[in-house]
Design a binder for this molecule. Structure first.
Ligand SMILES: NC(=O)CC[C@H](N)C(=O)O
Length: 310
């Protein structure tokens, strides 16, 4: 990796953090998963790791939160390792332009989700993981623990069970896809894995570390292990760029200019390939389900440091 030498990221993060405390946050915490509504809405953490493995941190960067849809990048990576290019027969790589849990396109497009980051696509990816692994939950944890360097990372069963009880839309998506022949396994088993996947908890620091393989051509910089080929890392970043924010992917590209992925827990991961990975957490969401302050933080970081991919 090359380094954007001499950028003082710590100073930039502190500047950005101060700027955010003065900003009105008109977002709302997600309440449709009841357990998520219990979070302290005023948290803000940012953590950046550069190409030399230097860490920069401000605010609540060491507090755990529910990573929700950000985990879909990790399940996709594991499924790609198992299936390679044949995975794309089941799920596409086009932006949806729709909400993360929308049903509309799925019927028109015969049960093949537009991409792996909308709920329908991530549910198909979970179906693939169940077909590939005897114990997909442990396999996922093993994979994510190796990336993060933390052998204790885990699911939050309270969040997973809370989501399972209220997962009406995800049930509808899974049933529709089963009808089109795009779900092989039992729907309850698939949704169980999906809800546990979304319930993984991490701190901003752990998240920035976990995703460093996408800043480092597919290599886990902690171990030197090749997680995916550089071509696959490029492709995953490309899908994040185009699909990581649902119907706000254009806005994220426009204002931030990095591949990224959001979750309804208020987290966002963004990658500057070959330079850094940055995680931000602020629980209140805008109307598209993306962290209101998180988007502003990343816009400020790429603007002040003049380091976007564009
Ligand atoms: N955008 C998200 O983070 C959504 C994930 C959430 N678990 C859901 O399925 O609704």
């Amino acid at each position: 990796m090359t380094n954007k030498a001499h950028i003082n990221y710590q100073l930039i993060l502190e500047q950005v953090f101060d700027k955010m405390t003065g900003l009105e946050n008109s977002g709302q915490v997600a309440t449709y998963i009841p357990q998520l509504a219990k979070v302290d809405a005023n948290k803000l953490g940012i953590h950046l790791i550069d190409s030399e493995q230097s860490h920069y941190s401000v605010g609540d960067a060491c507090e755990k939160f529910s990573i929700q849809s950000i985990a879909k990048v990790l399940s996709l990576t594991l499924a790609l390792k198992a299936r390679g290019d044949s995975l794309w027969q089941r799920v596409g790589v086009e932006p949806s332009g729709s909400a993360f849990n929308s049903l509309v396109q799925l019927e028109y497009e015969k049960g093949r989700p537009r991409n792996p980051f909308i709920n329908a696509g991530a549910i198909v990816v979970c179906d693939v993981l169940i077909s590939e692994y005897r114990q997909p939950k442990s396999e996922l944890l093993k994979f994510i623990r190796a990336l993060s360097g933390n052998a204790k990372l885990s699911f939050d069963p309270a969040v997973a069970e809370s989501e399972k009880r209220t997962s009406y839309r995800n049930n509808a998506l899974a049933h529709l896809m089963k009808d089109f022949g795009n779900i092989d396994n039992d729907i309850e088993t698939v949704l169980d894995l999906y809800c546990y996947l979304c319930s993984i908890e991490m701190t901003c620091q752990e998240m920035a570390q976990t995703f460093m393989y996408l800043a480092d051509n597919g290599v886990n910089p902690l171990t030197g292990e090749v997680v995916v080929s550089s071509i696959e890392a490029k492709r995953i970043n490309a899908i994040m760029q185009l699909c990581g924010f649902y119907d706000e992917a254009g806005e994220f590209s426009f204002t931030v200019g990095l591949p990224g992925k959001s979750g309804v827990g208020g987290g966002i991961i963004a990658i500057h390939p070959k330079h850094y990975s940055v995680a931000v957490w602020s629980p209140k969401l805008n109307s598209k389900g993306n962290s209101f302050i998180g988007m502003k933080v990343l816009e400020a970081i790429t603007t002040i440091s003049q380091s976007s991919i564009f």
